[in-house]
Ligand binder design. Structure first.
Ligand code: GDP
Length: 470
């Protein structure tokens, strides 16, 4: 869009950005300051039109270090179906020392908080699985700090376990392995640890740095150890946020309640959300009429990492939408109206880059070229991975986010979209739903039936990513 307006080539802008130290693809959004810099770089005049004059830009307003205070970790549980995700979520909820306090009746609002024996708080997202996780990430909402990968000790690594591993790796979120169903006679945790090695997950038991805990969600074994592991990981991450400012939150789930109207569970990411606050969330505006916690209790305010159900929205937002408290209703309506118009105008969904990955790539001066590979047979998957691996050098490296045999699925598309990666299909095609999703998310599809053609094209693109100066 910007290239068009300047009558320049998109690729030239990408190159210029690379020289400024930013790795972006041609259909990615950049912030206003970067855009200005780029326009000047190309010798054009800047004329500001509404965009950020109207909308809220959460990226520019960074909290000074001295305002930051420790906040609880936000944890998501993933794993294969029937390995015990739901059971573990319930068991962990049961460890809450505040349970049973006056009026404490369990409410499923999409997330809950546990106060541990040591007095620490942990927030769990109540929607297990990697689909929700990656969809949120694709929408720019990286709320999860730690992933717990549940693997049933009597079953082993299954397809969804591997997907969960790949989605977690792509997000750059640290993982704790919970080896579940340890109470069963057939349980073989040793085998699980060995199989994890094949996916480059080396657990502590095998002298690696990924924490692993043996648990039984059913018999409530090892739960304290798992909580300790979460706290330890959280400490390493030094999670902090400024609680003393207007709140910013992310929608975890939302629905239309017949009696109460639009309801949304939000997770406060910084600041403190208070009753009476005026806000804008996605394309909706509103005022906090009431808030409830996961125990159904009315609360007056909610600080960082706290999930609360909010009443008082003008409409139902989408999971992953950002909520911002603003100064008054007029401002809230202005932003909401502007966003609605923009959304109606043209739907150019675009992947939001993973900043963590980008920064780590920048630090090591190593550019990564992410791809998702699907092929008709395992032999092809391996041949392609090896061939692409050979294209890597000191400056750029192909990163296979996920690979597998069979048709391209929605899950592949969400993963690709979240990382701005193309999907390589070798003798396979997407199913109908995946095709729709691809169009919506603007994910690029590359079909091949000759490996040489594929490597040639990828090599060309990798050179393009690096630009002329490298
Ligand atoms: P999900 O699909 O991953 O959410 O798995 P569920 O939590 O629904 O568990 C699937 C089945 O495994 C249920 O029948 C549970 O009772 C059982 N299960 C879960 N955890 C354990 C455990 O620690 N030990 C045993 N023996 N069974 C378990």
């Amino acid at each position: 869009e910007l290239a068009n307006r300047m009558a320049e080539k998109g690729a030239d802008l990408v190159k210029a950005l690379f020289n400024l130290g930013m790795m972006v693809t041609v259909n990615q959004t950049i912030d206003q300051d970067t855009a200005e810099l780029l326009v000047e770089e190309f010798g054009h005049n800047i004329q500001r039109v509404s965009e950020s004059d109207v909308d809220i830009d959460n990226t520019v307003d960074v909290d000074p270090a001295e305002t930051l205070k420790p906040r609880p970790p936000v944890v998501t549980i993933m794993g294969h179906v029937d390995h015990g995700k739901t059971s573990l979520l319930d068991a962990l909820r049961g460890t809450d020392v505040t349970r049973g306090e006056a009026g404490g009746i369990t409410q499923h609002i999409g997330a809950y908080q546990v106060k541990t024996k040591a007095g620490d708080m942990i927030t769990f997202l109540d929607t297990p699985g990697h689909e929700a996780f990656t969809e949120m990430r694709a929408r720019g909402a990286n709320v999860t700090d730690i992933v717990i990968l549940v693997v049933a000790a009597d079953d082993g690594l299954m397809p969804q376990t591997i997907e969960a591993i790949n989605h977690t790796k792509a997000a750059g979120v640290p993982m704790i392995v919970a080896i579940n169903k340890i109470d069963k006679d057939e349980a073989n945790p040793k085998k699980i640890r060995e199989r994890l090695l094949e996916h480059e997950i080396v657990v502590e038991e095998m002298s690696g740095d990924v924490m692993d805990v043996e648990v039984s969600a059913k018999k409530k074994i090892g739960l304290d150890k798992l909580i300790d592991a979460i706290n330890l990981q959280a400490e390493l991450l030094e999670l902090k946020a400024n609680p003393d400012r207007d709140a910013e939150a992310t929608v975890i789930e939302a629905q239309l309640d017949k009696g109460k109207g639009p309801l949304a569970t939000v997770l406060v990411t910084r600041g403190t959300l208070k009753r009476g606050d005026v806000f804008v969330v996605g394309t909706e505006s509103g005022r906090v009429r009431a808030m409830h916690d996961d125990k159904g209790r009315q609360v007056k305010e909610a600080g960082p990492s706290t999930p609360v159900e909010v009443l008082g929205l003008g409409g139902v937002p989408r999971a992953g939408d950002l909520m911002n408290v603003v100064e008054n209703e007029q401002r809230a309506r202005e932003v909401a109206t502007y966003r609605t118009e923009k959304a109606n105008e043209k739907r150019t969904a675009m992947p939001v880059s993973n900043f963590e990955n980008m920064f780590s790539a920048l630090k090591s001066e190593m550019v990564e070229f992410p791809v998702v590979i699907k092929a008709d047979v395992q032999g092809s998957v391996e041949a392609i991975s090896t061939a692409l691996g050979r294209l890597s050098n000191d400056l750029i490296k192909v990163r296979v986010l996920h690979s597998g045999v069979g048709a391209i699925t929605e899950s592949d598309v969400t993963l690709a979209a979240a990382s701005g990666a193309p999907i390589i299909g070798f003798n396979v095609r997407p199913n109908a739903k995946a095709r729709q999703q691809m169009e919506k998310d603007k994910v690029e599809m590359m079909y091949y039936d000759v490996i040489y053609h594929l490597t040639e094209e990828i090599a060309k693109r990798m050179a393009g990513e690096l630009g002329p100066e490298r």
